[in-house]
Design a protein around this ligand. Structure first.
Ligand SMILES: [Zn+2]
Length: 247
């Protein structure tokens, strides 16, 4: 069974055989690892040259995963907390999202396909991630608001956003949307690396990196165990999202 991992900034731990996959949106580098009954395709989201979040070629990334035959993706994201009780360094597993980006977020430019987003994440992969993450510490759940970046948010923006969401980041969307359109089960595990603007004295990129480095080992264990537990046959319906969304 083929599964995928999309790693964020600093997560380049799953290097295998490098393969280049051509897609209509550009070529993508994947790393292939053969782990017995699991074939893992690891995709560093930001590519080899580490392009910033707003410049990531999300359509090419998901199209490459699809072409490789990946049926389920575990995505790794780093987020800022808008809740005092969600501690820095803890895991966050989103159950919904709000998209404030202005990125190209569909594969369907030539036909009307309106996919159902009332459950944007695969419930099966999510549940497995939660169970595995809980073995390594506190797990928070909630809404991830996606901002365009690359700048961080203002205090006023956070004051508004925290009424509707729990964490803020730049990379979940359009990845989650495109995976759904592609019929790939998708769930995300995030590390809370800081409090959002106005909730701590200043936002320091070095601090974000340090927190991530500290939790990277645990994160790796969670992802590896979760990949082993994703069942081959899933009754989640993610596979048929696009089919059901066709006019
Ligand atoms: Zn699914």
């Amino acid at each position: 069974m083929k599964v995928g991992v999309i790693g964020g900034t600093g997560f380049y731990e799953m290097r295998g055989d490098e393969i280049e996959v051509e897609t209509p949106y550009g070529a993508v580098i994947l790393f292939y690892l053969d782990e017995g009954d699991r074939e893992i395709f690891f995709l560093p989201r930001h590519g080899k040259k580490h392009v910033p979040a707003h410049m990531v070629n999300y359509r090419a990334n998901i199209a490459a995963m699809k072409k490789a035959g990946v049926g389920a993706i575990v995505a790794i994201n780093t987020v800022g907390s808008m809740r005092r009780e969600f501690e820095i360094g803890s895991f966050f597993i989103p159950d919904d999202f709000i998209d404030f980006t202005c990125r190209k977020s569909t594969f369907f430019d030539k036909e009307a396909v309106h996919i159902d987003m009332s459950q944007p994440f695969c419930p099966i992969v999510r549940k497995i991630l939660i169970e595995e993450a809980m073995k390594k510490g506190k797990v928070n759940e909630g809404v991830y608001v996606v901002t365009e970046g690359p700048r961080l948010e203002t205090k006023a923006e956070i004051n508004m956003l925290k009424n509707f969401a729990h964490v803020v980041g730049m990379t979940l969307s359009p990845e989650v949307i495109l995976a759904r359109e592609a019929g790939i089960c998708y769930a995300s595990i995030c590390i809370i690396s800081n409090y959002a603007a106005g909730m701590q004295e200043k936002l320091d990129v070095e601090e974000i990196r340090r927190v991530y480095e500290e939790r990277k080992g645990d994160l790796m264990d969670v992802v590896k165990e979760a990949l082993k537990k994703i069942p081959e046959n899933r009754n989640c319906g993610c596979k048929y999202a696009a089919e059901r969304g066709k006019l």
